[in-house]
Design a protein around this ligand. Sequence first.
Ligand SMILES: CC(C)(COP(=O)(O)OP(=O)(O)OC[C@H]1O[C@@H](n2cnc3c(N)ncnc32)[C@H](O)[C@@H]1OP(=O)(O)O)[C@@H](O)C(=O)NCCC(=O)NCCS
Length: 133
Amino acid sequence: MHEIASSDYSPEQLDAWAPSDLDPALWASRVQGIQPFVALLGDEIVGYADVQLNGYIDHFFVSGAHPRQGIGTRLMARIHEEARLLGLSELTSDVSMTAEPFFALHGFKVVERRFPVRRGVTLRNALMRKALD
Ligand SMILES: CC(C)(COP(=O)(O)OP(=O)(O)OC[C@H]1O[C@@H](n2cnc3c(N)ncnc32)[C@H](O)[C@@H]1OP(=O)(O)O)[C@@H](O)C(=O)NCCC(=O)NCCS
């Protein structure tokens, strides 16, 4: 993530967003809690993303070692399939500047630009929404 987002955020912002001293057990329990889909390349996990019952996408990440190979698009297609199964009317997410063009390409529109503060550092992201048929 640090590799991919480094052109949009300063090192200070990246460390506040994804701290290198983050407790791996805490992170694992958070990721487990959102029950994500994972993208596999062979037996390696190269991305993951979730969709909650209210249509909120909490996490959406593709490995910095495999950018622009269609992995994000496959995860997004799986989220849309799940949304159809759940009968959801919309998808929403708080999207980083790095991921904004990707979400826009998949039909999401910016609802509000936000400046969340993490560990005392101001970041920038956008609440994005896509209405589903
Ligand atoms: C944004 C992200 C999910 C894209 O994943 P990906 O697997 O590289 O995406 P894809 O290969 O499916 O890209 C499909 C298209 O989206 C667009 N796109 C993807 N990444 C882009 C970027 N960084 N800038 C501009 N357009 C981008 C392109 O049009 C791309 O098609 P192309 O490669 O033929 O030009 C990934 O870069 C990522 O995880 N970023 C960091 C984490 C992050 O910010 N997560 C969001 C938190 S909500």
